[in-house]
Design a protein around this ligand. Sequence first.
Ligand code: PLP
Length: 424
Amino acid sequence: MSSEELHKRRAAAVARGVSSVVSSYVADAGGGRLRDVDGREWIDFASGIAVTNVGNAAPRVVAAVREQVERFTHTCFMVAPYESYVAVCEQLIELTPGGFEKRAALFNSGAEAVENAVKIARHATGRPAVVVFDHAYHGRTNLTMALTAKVMPYKHRFGPFAPEVYRVPMSYPLRDGGLSGEQAAARAIDVIEKQVGNGNVAAVLIEPIQGEGGFVVPAPGFLPAIAEWSRGAGAVFIADEIQTGFCRTGSWFASEHEGIEPDLVTTAKGMGGGLPIAGVTGRADIMDAVHAGGLGGTYGGNPVACAAALAAVETMRELDLAAAARRIEQRMLPRLGELAAGDPGIGEARGRGAMLAIELVRPGTIEPDAVRTTAVARACHDAGLLVLTCGTYGNVLRFLPPLVISDDELDRGLAILEGALATA
Ligand SMILES: Cc1ncc(COP(=O)(O)O)c(C=O)c1O
């Protein structure tokens, strides 16, 4: 059945609120490529939104899933536990930053992990307030909509939202007049102290590099200053590493680039090699503050997803995918920088590892150019390159190739992007 025919069926069956970036339907995918049902090949610069870090249908993941499915598919860890859940928690404890004693718990999605991190922080501190940042994205459930900044499409007419969420300014070097990390942190801290009050803050929640908000890399020093303030105020510092984690930025976790050790880390996406699994990992005293039975869910840490997560981590270790992400940065970022130098409509090329972006602006200004961004993305899609847009202003093109992508695929993708920028 062709994409066109499938699209017709979809229109009559799938709710309009669930939309897709492209209208081609996937037949199969592997490594850094997708093939649609019409026989067309795509180069993948999306990784299913930073999920298939190990590549699509990674061999170890496929084998582990097969093997697990044949043994058992579900018992519910809260009913009859199994080893792989424990093993995934052990891996999370080993891989997340911080040499202190930790515990972990598993969930199904990023939003669910964030909800649970907030539950844990509130329980451990006995305080209500959660501090989040401009441009933040933390999910689409009721609490995480409140934590997310952008109204369209995520929040419009979906309120009322959860209370006790306070938004403070982010460090956004292109858009905050060049504040240093320390200055931007002081600006945020001033708002917290004046509007929330140190003693009320249960958690400070931040993406070390913002994802949906525009691949915003805060100025150096911002994250350490916020983390230090948080600790001093007795609040739980939570790093949302759902998009940045699992080698994406050139290390296991993006917090490592600034030497910060979050009290709690939320993970999902790349963790499961394509299967739905998420985690909250952090200081044992905070995690274990919650009474038995206070955390969980029917499917959290499903055995098939756990098998996939263990195989994904093994693949990351075996292929050294953190180094692969750094190589992708070395190959892509200079070229994106050259494109920016030659095109006054590109305000900035930025990012870390294989989490890279260009922000499009009206020439000579920092006024966002969402119209051109959409046009460039469409031109890329027409030429067989799957790219995504993001940003509060819809003016950022983001590049998230699988970390196993070949140099040849990367170069061909970049050539398509160059062509698209030249015409759109
Ligand atoms: C930083 C961050 N947090 C949370 C989420 C929500 O994850 P999920 O879509 O799995 O609920 C996302 C998803 O894009 C994300 O990028």
